[in-house]
Design a protein around this ligand. Structure first.
Ligand code: NAD
Length: 329
């Protein structure tokens, strides 16, 4: 299969490209704007062409599509909720305009289109799990613009008969995740002896999904999903943020005294939970439990200082200072 993978230089996108090239022998072209989160280094071990540009730019999209592909898979997004609260602008442009430009390109060419989305579009749930027919009730500019993109994708299936699919993943973790996100942030701070800033009471519950399981799930939906449908892809284990940090303390051997409670994120959702029966019925199953996946992830960061050292000594420091009001060591 020949794929255009948008946002393929980011965390989940690069893991997906690796799976498709190595395990499936796919031909892949990546279109990525290389924002702070997108890095050439994430694809260094793979021989895939990278077109640098935004999905909101029709000329770059046409260049990346070349003579045509079998499917477009769109990971391209601004993905950090904290940044969406501070500066929503890029979220609206990439998620609304960018998704629209890709959909138009897919419509012109009759190309199958898969949108990578998130459990956050459903909002928070105290008990039970969301199904694909649950209402979309996003609460941050990040999740609201992602939900808007999902609705636009669904409209292209309904109105134009475009073969679209939507995959809504739960919280991903694993190698190549930018250290602004909970798990890599805590792992790197623990390894450096920096404080571990936990938002609010740390009792926010997330449904953790190992990134390779999500990548396999997306490939599975692309091959076996019914056009026009959305599929939840949830992880096998739920865990509070505080519990995640405690496990990282154990795995890294950092002192418990590094744990520090900080002011909660405004509008912080308490619990996300996805029911994944629909994708299971297609034959997908998560293979990595949280305990094993977290151990693998901690080990990866321990062994890949060359990957994270330039980030931690670069622009990320200024971001961290703005966000947490203190410096990194
Ligand atoms: N991380 C999670 O836990 C999670 C869970 C479920 C779904 N998702 C979704 O998966 C997708 C990928 O998330 P991630 O965690 O890998 O994010 P990421 O921030 O690591 O990567 C995003 C990538 O998109 C690129 N990009 C951003 N704006 C672009 C634009 N306008 N044009 C082209 N490229 C652009 C960036 O350069 C980067 O390479 C997103 O759509 C996100 O909503 C993420």
């Amino acid at each position: 299969m020949k794929l255009l993978v948008c946002g393929g230089a980011g965390f989940i996108g690069s893991n997906f490209v690796r799976i498709r090239v190595r395990d499936h022998g796919d031909e892949v072209v990546v279109l990525d704007k290389l924002t702070y989160a997108g890095r050439r280094e994430n694809l260094e071990d793979l021989d895939v062409p990278l077109v640098v540009g935004g999905i909101e730019d029709p000329e770059k999209v046409a260049e990346a599509l070349g003579d045509g592909v079998d499917a477009i898979v769109n990971f391209a997004a601004e993905t950090h909720v904290d940044r969406s609260i501070a500066e929503p602008d890029a979220f609206v442009r990439t998620h609304a305009v960018g998704t629209y430009v890709l959909l138009e390109a897919a419509r012109e060419r009759g190309t199958r289109y898969l949108q990578v989305s998130t459990d956050e579009v459903y909002g928070s749930i105290e008990e039970g799990s969301f199904t694909e027919s649950s209402p979309l009730q996003p609460s941050s500019p990040y999740s609201a613009t992602k939900a808007g993109a999902d609705l636009l994708v669904a409209s292209y299936a309904h109105t134009f008969g475009l073969e679209t699919l939507i995959c809504r993943g739960s919280n991903n973790y694993g190698p190549y995740q930018y250290p602004e996100k909970l798990i890599p942030l805590m792992v790197l701070n623990a390894l450096h002896g920096d404080p571990l800033p936990v938002y609010g009471d740390g009792q926010q519950v997330r449904n953790w999904l190992y990134v390779e399981d999500f990548g396999r799930g997306i490939g599975h939906v692309l091959a076996h999903g019914t056009p026009g449908e959305a599929y939840n892809v949830g992880g096998p284990d739920e865990c509070t943020n505080l519990e995640v940090v405690r496990r990282i303390i154990e795995l890294t051997g950092a002192p418990e005294s590094l744990l520090e409670y900080v002011t909660d994120r405004p509008g912080h959702d308490r619990r996300y939970s996805l029911g994944s029966e629909k994708v299971r019925a297609l034959g997908w199953e998560a293979q990595v439990r949280f305990a094993e996946g977290l151990e693998r992830t901690v080990r990866w960061y321990q062994e890949h200082e060359d990957w994270w050292a330039p980030i931690r000594s670069g622009d990320f420091r200024a971001y961290y200072e703005r966000q947490y009001g203190r410096s990194l060591s």
